[in-house]
Design a protein around this ligand. Sequence first.
Ligand SMILES: Nc1ncnc2c1ncn2[C@@H]1O[C@H](COP(=O)(O)OP(=O)(O)O)[C@@H](O)[C@H]1O
Ligand SMILES: [Mg+2]
Length: 382
Amino acid sequence: MNSISADNNLLVFIEKNEANFLEEWWQNICLHQYDLHKDKVKENGTQMYQLIKKTLINTITDEELKLLAYKVAKERVEAKVNIGDFVQNVNFGRTIMIKHLFSAETSLEDLQVAIENLNKSFDKFCYYAVQRYTVLKELEIEEKNILLNETHKVKLTLLGQMSSSFVHEFRNPLTAVIGFIKLLKTDYPTLKYLDIIDHELDQLKFRITQFLHTSKNEGAQEQRKEIVTVHLLLEDIIKFLYPSIVDIDVNVLTYFGPEAQTLANKNELKQVFLNILMNSIDAINKKEKPREISVRTDINGENIVIEISNNGPIIPDETREIIFEPFYTTKELGTGIGLFVCKKIIEKHNGTISCQSNDDITTFSIHLPIASEEKKDMFIKN
Ligand SMILES: Nc1ncnc2c1ncn2[C@@H]1O[C@H](COP(=O)(O)OP(=O)(O)O)[C@@H](O)[C@H]1O
Ligand SMILES: [Mg+2]
């Protein structure tokens, strides 16, 4: 054991040098100018110095170390700085103290014991502070997540209310207008622009119908399933989009693999493909020619894989993660619900949808289960 007199020697030494040692530490530490608790750092250093003094005369308690460590941890979280900086600063203090202790007039034995105790206190202090910091950070993240989930829920509720109250109001007159246009077409088959009006109205109806899928109360009609031959549906949709395709001069290529069927609600699936193709047309419009969209189907195990690609601008990684969220849009007149609805529909059909994007090509991949033979029999008979 170290004697009291030797301890006192060291104590006198570090008391005498307190101002110098602290100044040396202060000059060396890493401190950000935007640190909210910048002023407290020096104060905390001084307080730690007092605790180290107590360490040298063996009167330190864990509680005292913990108290300061917890206070510092809270400040570090509030200051939003990396805990690594804090650990480094503490270790600067440790290094300075140990370095100087060697010039104190004391026996090597006492010095050894003192350094050992000092290291223990520094280690404990760091441990308590980092442990506390982690707990506080986790709490902070949890709170943020709850808040995010809450805002998300509020948005969805709002969307649900919006869709149920407005969609029908929009759809009914629209259906009437589409009906009258058809009548006009029969009466005046050569009348100019009717095809364009008809097509645009169909697209409008499609966009409005998207809102219906975000509301929980989907009508019974929406839930009806049938056996769908995927490539035939894709061909239909590409035909339907023909005016937009010609309009922006894009080359649409199709590569259909072995024929495959899936059990699905055809209208919903149509919405998914239409939406992805319409997004591709929007995206590619921003690019110089040659513009290309490719639609591929293939079989992968139990799934049919549909890949819709375009050579438009890249979707950066951080954006790629949120495009399926409701209300995310980069378009002036966008709704940001298209891909959200796509994901909902595909998942309802036990499939998956994902997006890959680089400078050359952006691809949306959909996997859907292939309908089994017995399901096919069952549904075709019905
Ligand atoms: N093929 C694509 N290429 C580039 N960006 C895309 C593509 N498809 C979707 N996006 C991005 O995802 C966003 C969300 O799409 P979507 O949910 O369909 O809503 P909206 O089309 O109304 O903006 C778009 O605004 C766009 O920024
Ligand atoms: Mg869209």
